[in-house]
Design a protein around this ligand. Sequence first.
Ligand SMILES: C[S@@+](CC[C@H](N)C(=O)[O-])C[C@H]1O[C@@H](n2cnc3c(N)ncnc32)[C@H](O)[C@@H]1O
Length: 215
Amino acid sequence: MNPENGGVGGDHYFSANPVTPARSVEVEFEAAGRAFALTSAAGVFSAARLDPGTAVLLRKAVLPAATTSGALLDLGCGYGPIACVLAAVAPSATVWAVDVNERALRLVHANAERIRAGDRIRAVGPDAVPPDLRFAEIWSNPPIRIGKDELHGLLGRWLPRLEPTGTAWLVVARHLGGDSLAAWLRERGWVVQRHASQRGFRVLQVTAPAPEIPS
Ligand SMILES: C[S@@+](CC[C@H](N)C(=O)[O-])C[C@H]1O[C@@H](n2cnc3c(N)ncnc32)[C@H](O)[C@@H]1O
């Protein structure tokens, strides 16, 4: 059984249209001092429980302030645990929840309604995000298993869409290349702090370099 795809044989969690029947699963967890009960389903990432890496990210990274407005991005949202926590703690923000898995996007729609944030969580495929939109924060438990080149392409596509003062929070297992990903990001000019490390996961804080002050 592969716990990352809910114990499903044929599908990857990043399949666009999982063939496995969409058996519903209730996932309960606590984050930011609140209890969440979300609907998940076979054929999406970590369908049966909050992923341990996502749990570390939500526990260790600095969640947005209640006053945060503008757009936040949950990149590779799955059934939406990160997007739902962001929407709950930042009620003035709009959360874009992006995934290639259409079943995951349907679950995010349902979960957004469950937490009464249906008007503030936009669950869409990558190409449906308005091209000129910039994000105050990007949050991601990125899809490492799509392969290094694809992962680099994904981050290279979305990180430049941070606002100049924005922050990205990423969680990556050390044994799946968390440290080499940090090094790769630094080589491309991003400022990367290893903000926290817990249970084998690295929480990376990524920001753009400060602009040079002309002399
Ligand atoms: C590690 S899972 C994290 C899911 C969810 N955020 C969570 O914490 O449970 C990564 C997600 O990225 C999605 N994904 C894969 N390729 C993607 C792409 N090119 N663009 C957006 N999402 C993608 C997968 O379908 C998967 O749902």
